[in-house]
Design a protein around this ligand. Sequence first.
Ligand SMILES: Cc1cc2nc3c(=O)[nH]c(=O)nc-3n(C[C@H](O)[C@H](O)[C@H](O)COP(=O)(O)O)c2cc1C
Length: 449
Amino acid sequence: MTRTMSTSPPPDNERATKRPKLEHLTSDSFKNGVFLAPMVRSGALPTRLMALKHGASLVWGPEVVDKAILRAERVVDPVTGVISYNGKTRAIFTTHPIERPYLIYQIGSASPELAVQAAKTVVQDVSGVDLNCGCPKPFSTHAGMGAALLTNPDLLCDILTALRRELPPHVTVSAKIRLLPSQDDTKRLVERIVRTGVSALTVHCRTRNMRPREAALIERLREIVEFVEGLGVDIPVVANGDCQGWEDAKRVKKITGASSVMIATAAEANPSCFSSTPLQDLGATLIPSYLRLCRYIDNHWALTKFCISQFRGARKDVTKDETNDLKARIIKSKGFDELTDLIGNSSGEADFVEIADIIRSRRPRPLLVDSEAEKTLQSVSPATEEGGSSDDDGPFVATPPDRPNPEPPTSRAPLGPSSDTRIPLPAIITGSDMLTPTPTPKPLFPFGS
Ligand SMILES: Cc1cc2nc3c(=O)[nH]c(=O)nc-3n(C[C@H](O)[C@H](O)[C@H](O)COP(=O)(O)O)c2cc1C
């Protein structure tokens, strides 16, 4: 099979005929969007690509502890373009140039110097750097990282100030915090953070001691958003907590007044939740194409299975038992080759090319609150503002009608050439390298949807 995929940007003359795109993120990029939250394990590269395909405005990578990335070796797969930061026994962080314009890299740190070094290690592959100030796991807090920073605002702000000072201006710096028990303390902390020069601030609307299952306190955010507006700093506040998808993001935005909304758990269950028409019957739609994508980008099998085990979505034509059986079968499989009846013999290249094309042709999609505002915004669409025609811009707000299985097993499509120079990536979820904090693990079984 001849590979048609190119990971290089289009030639300059081709680009000149298209509307100019912003080459880097600014504070404005964090406004009016719906974002994929940072998620250890679940926020892996294929999930981020799927989220972007289905309309996520920006995607956060999983938290990586500063020291872990400093020891990693950067390796590029010459066939797929996948970039892996490999530790001794596992890939610490994996990305692809196609997501770079939308990718925020999240750091776990308790040291301005290490945070800066860590950010500089990956800066060529990301558009923004975010500081995790919310992880409540002892692994993180014992080392003074994550939620421990909430009660050490001097250090928190020193890290952000150092990142802003030392990173190139085109790379955004942002922070993700949790609410403090008192509203006044939260506002005091927020004021200090937004004065460090950050481009955005995400607030996970739970306190450090709240469990993920407890309802997020999103109603507390409006006062904080208005407080930030009153400071006159024009820093977008991003609401995080219990948002179920694109439509629900409008509700969250309305309640909180936040600039944008970030989604974790619902996107872990269905990365197409960013679409106005999220995929249903995931066993027949998302899962086969996700598997093919994972095969193409050489996503580690254990990680692939873990992410699929988390998928849950609305069902229309497929029963719950059928979905559970499918997932159980995938979990038992030892690799992609055992699933050819489901994903065909495809190398997955076609799926990747399709996703890459959709991501490349994206246009900004404002998060709208009501239909009147929608009409107004449509009449001054961002594409028009940028000076281009929107005729050739396919609507990416709706999920492309994924076929149940675009490549039937009978197609006998040959495998794409595998690259000898590919570095086999050991398990990302085990190994002796420093582990990043992992949220409460969910059992692989049962697969209720
Ligand atoms: C599987 C999983 C992994 C997570 N990993 C991170 C992380 O690496 N960094 C972080 O700041 N938050 C992490 N979180 C927290 C989420 O980003 C988010 O703040 C939280 O889940 C609330 O959003 P939700 O109500 O939409 O789930 C994780 C959450 C989940 C479910």
